[in-house]
Each structure stands twice: as structure tokens, then as C-alpha cells.
Write a protein that binds this ligand. Structure first.
Ligand SMILES: Nc1ncnc2c1ncn2[C@@H]1O[C@H](COP(=O)(O)OP(=O)(O)OP(=O)(O)O)[C@@H](O)[C@H]1O
Length: 380
């Protein structure tokens, strides 16, 4: 666990960057520091590995005060990932990743073997290792940055806007892969971002900071969305927070209606006989593949005829996904499957809304600042 106790940082010019910061980042979880530009996120992060020294207060890792550890040694034991990856341009990818293990005394060949393993783990197998950083895309460079931080298998990782410099599609992929990795590795991570959506997606708990370096609220994502502590936090988590909170709502049993399906290859005549309201669900071995309008087909059903707009939701997934499935379906019936993608039935938007109405909201805690709840990544 990383613990901040009344940490203050006042820079030489008199600028208070961090003001009386107290919080804990629990072992094996992702704590996200989020807030507007200049609120002291990076300063807070860099005080953990002593790239910046606090003016007063204490930071400890597993009850050991970081001030009592040699700064260079401390840093080698903590993974650190920054925006734009910060790779050494004159070192091949494999040697970038092997840097810390070598500094820690690993023989070069062993460090390189480990580097190749970690590169594979982050989705850069084979010949990527032998390229120069300039021969990689921005997203691939970020992956190398994550691999480099993981190479020495540190229990603690500090990540400063690691996915901000890539386009939104690549960012989503990197976030998904990062969550998958974290489920396997269970590192203690402090992650800085100014993007509330990224914070809500990645954080087991979120520390919202305000300009002046003060902690505004510390809570898990569902609680933060349901109970922002003041106007600043409410504004920061956004106007559509009620809708976004559905991402975290436990799914009650939805009233699913049986939905007739036909396979690919069904003739127009058969399809017209099977439809109830002009739309017909096509499934392949129980897996829904899309909707057709039998009135508008003139040949046996093939993939190119399918309406692809509708999303599919898992029965165990969030209510937001079920609502989206209903709203995006051309038949207005949302397709619901089991975890293996097998059709369970369909649901209408008003039924999802009724389920939402019946859902408990997170309770308001007596304390103004809520502790992170028991929700873990694996549950989402
Ligand atoms: N070396 C420095 N000397 C003086 N002031 C600094 C220094 N570094 C940062 N600051 C100031 O401290 C405050 C906090 O900066 P910090 O970089 O920690 O914020 P941040 O929340 O990470 O911002 P951003 O999201 O823009 O990166 C800012 O007002 C900044 O101008």
C-alpha cells in the first residue's frame, strides 16, 4: 500500500502544487489521480519515487518511508510510464525494455530474454524487439513504455498520462489491454490522467484533485458518479453521469422474451413466414449475427444483407449495455446473450428502464469523503 500523509509541495518560486494530501493507494489496485491541468497530479506521482521531494509530510510504500530509501534504488524498484513513452531513441526496443533489469544487475542475455517475454505480454511479439523506437507507431511505443516498466516485475507502477498521446481508438485498445494485464499481474498502480472517462474506466478508486493541490474526493467510480461531493466534482465528472453510472450498476434479471431466429441461407419466403413485425433475427449456431427485413430481401439471407447497427449485450453485463442494445436495435428489441454469445432473448428499452428504476443506488456515506468500495476490476 502507498500512503500519503499530509504531503505538501511548495516549489522554489512559492507555488503550492500539493496541499495537505492524505490518501492511501491499496495494494494490487489502480488508484487514479484526476483533475484539471495544474492541480498537482504529476507532482504527487513523482514524489512517490522521489523524482520530486515533498516540502513536508510523508509518503510510505508498505509502511517504509520512501525518504529512508536511496532514491536511485527506490526508482529501480518502481515501474514508471510517461506520456510519449520516453523511449531511448538510440536503443533498440529490446534494449529499452532490458534497461532496468540490467541496472539491477541481471546478465545482459537474461535481461534480453525477459524483455522479449514482456514485449509479448504487451502484444509486441517477434521482430518488434529488434526495431528502433522510430519504427513503431505511437500506440506501439506506449506498449514498449509499459513493457519497460514491467520488465523488472516491480510491485508498484506509476503511470503519468501513459495513453494520452495516441488517438481515441488506440487509446481504448491500450486501456483494455492494460486492464487485462492488471487482472493477471495485480500491481499496485497510481495512474495520472486529466480524462475523467479514463479514470472511471481504469480506476478501482479515484482521487479527484482541485487546483491548489487539494484532494476534493476519493471514491470508487460508481460512488463518485452517484455522489459527487460538491459542484466542482459534479462538474468534473460530467453532466451525463447518471447515464454513465449505469456502467457500474449490477444487472438485475431482465425480463427476456423468446426471440425466433433463422439461420443464414434462409429463403425470402421462409423469412417472411417467420417474421412477426417486419424484422427477423438471424443466428448462427445460437449466436445472433444481425437483423434482416424479410420484406426487402429477394434472395437467401447472406451476411451482406444483415443490419449491423444494433449492439448486443450480455445478461451479466451492465445495464447501460442492455439499454444501448434496445435503443440501437432496428426492431427496438435489444439482443441479450450469455457470456459465450449464445442468444438468451430480447428486451425492450422500457423494460430496461424499469429494471434501472428498481436498482439500488450507492448509499451516501456518513463521511463526506467515501472510501473506495469493495468493487474490484474483475467484477466489471
Ligand atoms: N518545477 C516547478 N517549479 C515551479 N512550479 C511548478 C514546477 N512544476 C510544476 N509547478 C507548478 O505546480 C502546479 C502543479 O503542477 P503539476 O505538473 O503537478 O500539475 P498537473 O496536475 O500534473 O498538471 P497537468 O495535467 O497540466 O500535467 C502547477 O501550478 C505548476 O505550474
Amino acid at each position: 500500500m502507498i500512503r500519503f500523509e499530509q504531503v505538501v509541495k511548495i516549489y522554489a518560486g512559492g507555488q503550492t502544487a500539493v496541499d495537505d494530501l492524505t490518501f492511501e493507494a491499496p495494494t494490487g489496485q489502480i488508484t487514479v489521480l484526476v483533475g484539471p491541468s495544474g492541480c498537482g497530479k504529476t507532482t504527487s506521482l513523482r514524489m512517490i519515487n522521489r523524482m520530486i521531494e515533498p516540502t513536508s509530510g510523508h509518503i510510505s510504500i508498505d509502511d517504509e518511508d520512501v525518504q529512508s530509501v536511496n532514491a536511485a534504488r527506490l526508482r529501480r524498484g518502481i515501474g514508471y510510464v510517461i506520456q510519449n513513452a520516453g523511449l531511448f531513441p538510440n536503443k533498440r526496443v529490446v534494449d529499452n525494455v532490458a534497461t532496468v533489469p540490467i541496472l539491477l544487475g541481471a546478465p545482459r542475455s537474461q535481461a534480453r530474454t525477459r524483455a522479449r517475454e514482456v514485449l509479448e505480454l504487451v502484444g509486441l511479439p517477434g521482430d518488434f524487439a529488434d526495431r528502433w523506437p522510430s519504427q513503431l507507431s505511437g500506440g506501439q511505443q506506449q506498449r514498449v513504455g509499459v513493457a519497460r516498466a514491467l520488465a523488472a516485475d516491480p510491485p508498484v507502477m506509476l503511470m503519468d498520462e501513459p495513453f494520452s498521446a495516441v488517438d481515441p481508438v488506440v487509446r481504448e485498445q491500450l486501456q483494455d489491454e492494460f486492464l487485462r494485464l492488471q487482472r493477471e499481474l495485480g500491481k499496485t498502480i497510481v495512474f495520472v490522467t486529466h480524462d475523467i472517462d479514463e479514470a472511471l474506466k481504469l480506476g478501482d478508486q479515484i482521487a479527484v484533485m482541485r487546483v491548489g493541490g487539494k484532494l476534493a474526493q476519493l471514491a470508487d467510480p460508481a460512488y463518485l458518479l452517484a455522489h459527487p461531493i460538491d459542484d466542482f466534482v459534479a462538474g468534473f465528472v460530467g453532466r451525463d453521469r447518471g447515464y454513465r453510472a449505469l456502467t457500474f450498476a449490477q444487472t438485475p434479471a431482465l425480463p427476456l422474451a423468446a426471440e425466433p431466429t433463422v439461420p443464414l441461407g434462409t429463403t425470402p419466403q421462409e423469412a417472411r413466414a417467420a417474421t412477426r413485425d417486419g424484422w427477423l433475427l438471424v443466428a448462427d449456431h445460437g449466436r445472433p449475427v444481425g437483423w434482416v427485413e424479410p420484406e426487402h430481401i429477394t434472395a437467401a439471407i447472406e451476411p451482406a444483407m444483415l443490419h449491423r447497427g444494433g449492439t448486443v449485450a450480455r445478461a451479466t453485463g451492465p445495464l447501460r449495455a442492455a439499454l444501448d442494445a434496445a435503443l440501437s436495435s432496428p426492431s427496438r428489441r435489444g439482443v441479450i446473450t450469455d457470456d459465450d454469445g449464445i442468444l438468451l432473448g430480447t428486451v425492450r428499452a422500457h423494460q430496461v428502464l424499469e429494471a434501472i428504476e428498481a436498482t439500488d443506488r450507492p448509499e451516501v456515506d456518513e463521511a463526506d469523503i467515501a472510501p473506495a468500495g469493495p468493487t474490484s476490476r474483475a467484477d466489471r
